[in-house]
Ligand binder design. Sequence first.
Ligand SMILES: [Zn+2]
Length: 236
Amino acid sequence: MGLIFIIISISIVWVASLWKIFFSHSKSAFLNEGTPLHKKNVLLVVAHPDDESMFFSPTINYLTSKGHNLYLLCLSIGNADGMGSSRKDELFRACVVHKIQLQQVNVLDHPELQDGFGQVWNHGLVAQIIEEEVYSHVIDVIITFDSYGVSGHCNHGDVHYGVRKFLHDSSPGNIEAWELVSINIMRKYSGLFDIWMSNLDVMQHPSGVMHCLLNEHPLKSFQAMAEHSSQWVWYT
Ligand SMILES: [Zn+2]
C-alpha cells in the first residue's frame, strides 16, 4: 500500500513537472528589460567543444530565439584524448544546429590552454583573450561557468576566474556578466523534478539576479549534442 502511494505521488509530481515545463509559459525577463527588445551582443565563453551543447543549450536556445547576437569563444579544442581536430569540427556542426553564425565562433588551440584535469590555465591569459573578444565584437554581455563549472572540471573553473579577472582589471564597466549556477548531484540527475527547485531559487532572488531558462527546444539540444559523437562515450 505504501509503495503504491509513493508511485502515485511520484507520478503526479512528474506529470505536474512536465506541465510546468511545457505549458506554463512563465516568460523569463533575462536580457529582456523593457520594450522594444534591445538586441545585445552576447559572448558565451566555454572551455571545450561540447560545453556549449551539454551545459548551455537552453541558454543558447533562449538567446537565439530572442534575436540576440551570439558569439561563442571556446578556449580549447578539447585535445586531452588526441581528438581535438574532430572535436573542433563537431563544435562547428553543433553550432549549425544551434543557429549560431559560424563566423562568430572562435575556437582556440593555445599551447598554454590545453584540455585536461591536470592543466592549470593562467587566469591572466584567459582574461586577456576575453578582453580582445569583447572589444573586437563590442560585447554587452558575457555568459560563462560559475567557479565549480557544473561538472567540476578545473578548466571550467579557470574560465570563470579568467572572466572575473577581466571584469575586475579591464572591463569597460558597462558589461553584464552571468554565470551558470552549478547544482548538487541529486538535483542534477533528478530530471524534470528539478524545475520546482530551480523556480524556488529564482523566487528567492526577486531582484532579477537569477533566472531559470526553460529549454523550449529539447530536440534541438539533443541534435546538437549528437554532433559531438566522439564524446558519446561519456553517456553510454
Ligand atoms: Zn568542458
